[in-house]
Design a protein around this ligand. Structure first.
Ligand code: COA
Ligand code: MG
Length: 289
C-alpha cells in the first residue's frame, strides 16, 4: 500500500498549486473537485486535473482525485473526466453507505478493463464525515477496493452540531471509531485537517496526537504542513530502536520459556510486542528501514 502520512489537497482548478504540489516531497497529492472548488468551476477543475494527470510527473507522490459526493449530481462527470488518465486513486467524500463505494468501484473496474490496466490498480479512499457514516463504518470498511478511511472533522462537527475546539475533544469518539474500523480491516486511517495553516506548532501537536490515537496519516491543505505532518507519522529513531529491542528480547524470552519479562524496569509481553511490530511496519512504510 502507498505510504500516506500526509495527503495534501488543492483545488482542482488551480494549476499553479498542482504544479507546486509535485515539488514538495509529499506522500499523497489530492486534486479536488468537491468543496475546494466553486460550483461554477467544476468543469474547469475536471479539465485541469485531467491535464495534470496526462502532463505532469508526480514522482513518488501518489496522485488522487477527489470527486463530489455520490448523489450530488456531479459525481458521474467527475469520475468520467479523470479515470481515463489513470489516477492512483479516487477519493469519495461524505461517504455514508457501502453501496456508494460499489458504484465507484464498478465505474473504475470497467475503466480498468477497457484500458487493459491491472484490475484493482485504481484504489478508493473514502471520507467519512457524517453521523450516518460513523454508524455504518463496519460495512464501509469491509469493501475490498478500499485502502483508507479519511475522517473529515469539520463536516462531522456540522453533521452532529458540535462546536469545534482547538484540542478537538468533540471529535474524539468519531476519530477513535474510524481508527478501530481501519485496524479491523487493515486499512489506513487518515486524520482531520488543521485549518489554521499558519500555526505550524498547532499542526505538529495535532499530528502527534493523531499518531498517538492510531492514525497512519493526516489530511493537509498547505505546503508548510507537509514536514510537520510527515514527521509526526514517521517513528523516531529512538522509537524504532526501542521497538527492535522489544522484538529481539521477546524472542530470547520466549525461547527461555518466559511470556512476560522485564526490560528497563517495564513489563513486556505479547501486546507490547505487537505494538512494537506496528512501529517497525510504519518505519518501513516511511522508508526508514
Ligand atoms: N497545494 C499546493 N500549493 C499550495 C497550496 C496547496 N494546498 N496552498 C498554497 N500553496 C502555494 C501557493 O500557491 C503559494 O505558492 P507560491 O509561493 O509559488 O506563490 C505558496 O504555496 C504559499 O501559499 P500562501 O500564500 O501561504 O497561501 P494562499 O493564501 O495562496 O492559500 C489557501 C491559502 C488556504 C487558500 C490554500 O492553502 C489552499 O487552497 N489550500 C487547499 C484548500 C482545499 O483544497 N480545500 C479543500 C480540501 S479541505
Ligand atoms: Mg469534507
Amino acid at each position: 500500500m502507498h505510504s500516506r502520512r500526509a495527503l495534501l489537497y488543492m483545488p482542482g482548478d488551480d494549476w499553479k498549486k498542482i504544479t507546486k504540489s509535485i515539488t514538495l516531497g509529499v506522500d499523497c497529492i489530492c486534486m479536488d473537485m468537491e468543496d475546494g472548488v466553486a460550483i461554477n468551476h467544476k468543469a474547469e477543475a475536471r479539465a485541469t486535473i485531467a491535464k495534470a494527470l496526462q502532463e505532469l510527473d508526480f514522482g513518488k507522490s501518489e496522485k488522487l482525485a477527489r470527486i463530489n459526493s455520490i448523489g450530488s449530481g456531479f459525481e458521474k462527470e467527475d469520475i468520467e473526466a479523470v479515470l481515463p488518465f489513470h489516477p492512483d486513486g479516487i477519493v469519495i467524500p461524505k461517504l455514508e453507505d457501502v453501496k456508494q463505494i460499489q458504484w465507484a468501484s464498478e465505474n473504475i473496474e470497467s475503466a480498468e478493463l477497457r484500458h487493459n490496466w491491472p484490475v484493482n490498480s485504481v484504489r478508493i479512499l473514502v471520507i467519512v464525515e457524517t453521523a450516518r457514516g460513523i454508524l455504518n463504518l463496519k460495512e464501509i470498511a469491509s469493501h475490498p477496493r478500499l485502502d483508507a478511511i479519511i475522517f473529515g472533522g469539520e463536516d462531522y462537527a456540522a453533521s452532529v452540531g458540535a462546536t469545534r475546539t482547538k484540542d478537538a475533544v468533540e471529535l474524539l469518539y468519531a476519530r477513535e471509531a474510524v481508527v478501530a474500523a481501519c485496524a479491523a480491516f487493515e486499512l489506513q486511517a487518515i486524520d482531520i485537517v488543521a485549518i489554521d495553516f499558519k500555526d505550524i506548532e498547532a499542526v505538529r501537536v495535532e499530528s502527534e496526537f493523531g499518531a498517538q490515537l492510531g492514525f497512519s496519516g493526516k489530511q493537509i491543505i498547505h505546503p508548510a504542513q507537509v514536514v510537520p505532518a510527515q514527521e509526526a507519522f514517521t517513528p523516531s529513531d529512538e522509537a524504532i530502536a526501542y521497538a527492535k529491542r522489544i522484538v529481539e528480547t521477546f524472542e530470547a524470552a520466549q525461547k527461555s520459556g518466559a511470556g512476560a519479562y522485564a526490560l528497563d524496569g517495564k513489563m513486556i509481553d505479547m501486546p507490547l510486542v505487537r505494538n512494537a511490530q506496528k512501529v517497525l511496519d510504519r518505519a518501513k512504510a516511511a522508508g526508514k528501514m
